[in-house]
Design a protein around this ligand. Structure first.
Ligand SMILES: CC(C)(COP(=O)(O)OP(=O)(O)OC[C@H]1O[C@@H](n2cnc3c(N)ncnc32)[C@H](O)[C@@H]1OP(=O)(O)O)[C@@H](O)C(=O)NCCC(=O)NCCS
Length: 229
C-alpha cells in the first residue's frame, strides 16, 4: 500500500502518506503509542520492537502507518483470522498479545490489533484515512470482513448503573459521544456486540464493542443479486 494525498488540518492542506511500515519506523511507531495511550492505559501494552518485527515479517499488508511533515503520526495494525465456534474472544487471545504469531494467511477476517493517531494530529481525518486504507486491504485480499474490539473510554465516567450495552446504545443513538466508539461509527463500522474482559482498560471498564465492516463485494446479498442478473 502506498497512498498519497493532501490532508486538511482545518486551515491548510499538508501532504500525507499511508504506507506499510518497516523496521526503520519502529522508534517512531513506539513514540506515537506512548503519546496516544497515556496513563491509566498500561504502558506494557504499547508496541515493543519484538511485536513490530512480527507484524512486518508475518503480515506486512496489515502494518500501516501515516506520515505527515516527514514523521510518523499514526498507525494501524491487523492480522487475519478465521473465528471458530467456542474460540475465546479477548484482545490477548485473538491477537496473540499483539505478537500475531497466530496470523492465518487465509483467514476470512481482517482483525484490527490497534489504531492510533498522535494527539497533535487528531481530528484531521487521519484515523479515517487509515481505516479506509484497511478497508481497501480487505477488498484487495478478498477477506469477508474487517472486525475489531473498539475501546469505549467514556464508559467509566458515564457508567453509574449503566451496562456497557446500554452505553453503546446511547452512543449509537447519538445521545452521547465517545472518543473511540463515535469515531468507529463515523468510519462506517457496524456494532455487533459487546465483549467483557476484553483488555485491561480502566476507562472502558475492560469492555470493548465489537465493530464490523463487511467487504461489499463478498457479501451474500451482493453475490445472490449478481447471480440473478
Ligand atoms: C480514535 C483515533 C484513532 C481517531 O483518530 P482521528 O485521526 O482523530 O480521527 P478522524 O479525524 O479521522 O475522525 C474521523 C471521524 O470521527 C470523529 N471523531 C474523531 N474523534 C472523535 C472524538 N473524540 N469524539 C467524537 N467524534 C470523533 C470525527 O469527528 C470524524 O467525523 P467525520 O468523519 O464526520 O468528520 C484517535 O483519537 C486515537 O488515536 N485515540 C487514542 C488511541 C485509541 O484509543 N485507539 C482506539 C483503539 S480501539
Amino acid at each position: 500500500m502506498f497512498k498519497q494525498w493532501m490532508a486538511y488540518d482545518g486551515q491548510r492542506f499538508v501532504p500525507a502518506v499511508i504506507r506499510n511500515y518497516n523496521e526503520s519506523d519502529f522508534a517512531g511507531l513506539i513514540d506515537v503509542q506512548a503519546l496516544s495511550f497515556p496513563p491509566p492505559f498500561p504502558s506494557e501494552l504499547w508496541w515493543n520492537e519484538e511485536q513490530l518485527s512480527e507484524h512486518v515479517s508475518r503480515f506486512p499488508e496489515g502494518a500501516l502507518c501515516v506520515e505527515m511533515e516527514g514523521r510518523i503520526v499514526g498507525s494501524m495494525t491487523a492480522l487475519r483470522r478465521t473465528f471458530r465456534e467456542g474460540d475465546r474472544h479477548d484482545w490477548a487471545s485473538v491477537t496473540d498479545n499483539g505478537y500475531i504469531r497466530n496470523h492465518e494467511p487465509d483467514g476470512d477476517t481482517l482483525y484490527v490489533v490497534d489504531i492510533c493517531v498522535a494527539p497533535a494530529y487528531r481530528r484531521f481525518g487521519l484515523g479515517k484515512w487509515l481505516m479506509q486504507a484497511m478497508y481497501e486491504t480487505v477488498v484487495h485480499l478478498g477477506c469477508d470482513r474487517l472486525l475489531g474490539g473498539g475501546r469505549m473510554p467514556g464508559y467509566q465516567k458515564a457508567a453509574a448503573g449503566m451496562t456497557p450495552e446500554e452505553y453503546v446504545n446511547q452512543v449509537k443513538t447519538g445521545e452521547r459521544t465517545d472518543p473511540v466508539l463515535t469515531f468507529l461509527l463515523r468510519c462506517g463500522r457496524m456494532p455487533v456486540g459487546v465483549v467483557r474482559d476484553y483488555l485491561e482498560d480502566e476507562q472502558s471498564g475492560n469492555n470493548a464493542a465489537l465493530m464490523e465492516w463487511r467487504n461489499p463485494f463478498e457479501s451474500r446479498t451482493y453475490r445472490i443479486e449478481r447471480r440473478s442478473e
